[in-house]
Design a protein around this ligand. Sequence first.
Ligand SMILES: NC(=O)C1=CN([C@@H]2O[C@H](COP(=O)(O)OP(=O)(O)OC[C@H]3O[C@@H](n4cnc5c(N)ncnc54)[C@H](O)[C@@H]3O)[C@@H](O)[C@H]2O)C=CC1
Ligand SMILES: O=C(O)C1=N[C@H](C(=O)O)C[C@H](O)C1
Length: 250
Amino acid sequence: MIKVSVVGAKGRMGSHVVDAVNNADDTELALALDAGDDLSQITPENTDVVVEFTVPSVSLDNVRALVAQGVDVVVGTTGWTEEKLDQVRAALAAAPREGQSVFIAPNFAISAVLADYFAKVAAPYFESAEVIELHHPNKVDAPSGTAFHTAQGIAAARKAAGLGPVPDATETDGGSRGQVVDGIHVHAVRLRGLNAHEEALFGNDGEQLTIRADSFDRISFMPGVLLAVRKVSTGAYPGVTVGLDNFLDL
Ligand SMILES: NC(=O)C1=CN([C@@H]2O[C@H](COP(=O)(O)OP(=O)(O)OC[C@H]3O[C@@H](n4cnc5c(N)ncnc54)[C@H](O)[C@@H]3O)[C@@H](O)[C@H]2O)C=CC1
Ligand SMILES: O=C(O)C1=N[C@H](C(=O)O)C[C@H](O)C1
């Protein structure tokens, strides 16, 4: 059995993870902790893998503390930048155990992971590209971590293909053109009734392609979370790994 502790266990995602860990045949719940709880309760003796779903403002500190305590971590919280990833790498370099892992996924839903992958495949073939993400209004960060990651992937694929900037004649903008991530405009919608949705839009003269992923229920993230827990628990992924696509045969 893989012993799993959950940090952020009372949250929308963390509570689903607690249920998923309790219901899977090969995982058992060690500790379920939330804000105010002492993370030093988590040790390599009671926990193989920690699943961390909290808020972007605290996740880096949580991950660094957990790494220093000698456990592997699967992170679903958003807000990761290259600078923050470097701080995790530094923490791992000083970790007490050889080969410790931190796995971070902007999105654990297969629909979103595939949409992100297909967007990178499509990107070199279109002059224009933009990303729209649509979420429940309780979400604290914008744009979504997934949309940020998709935009970065589109931008990298365009650059590798030798494409220039997306065409855009806008001269006045009060914010309506969205956040620009590596040259790709990203738009965020917050609407009651939504859960987690994303569109990658591509355009050429006379044609368009829309790649859309819809996650209607948080249950959609659980197979991906359990897959990550199982993969990380093997010890085969030392260091920092970003993206569930690393565990899929794409
Ligand atoms: N990677 C993925 O597939 C997904 C990622 N997310 C991300 O996961 C994060 C959490 O989302 P939700 O569960 O919807 O948020 P939420 O607000 O429902 O839950 C966050 C939980 O973290 C707890 N928390 C806050 N500070 C803490 C601390 N210092 N230590 C321990 N616990 C602490 C809160 O009390 C709360 O229970 C967000 O960044 C969200 O964008 C959400 C859905 C899917
Ligand atoms: O907060 C959410 O709900 C979600 N957060 C993640 C993100 O920001 O990409 C994943 C998914 O979109 C749901």
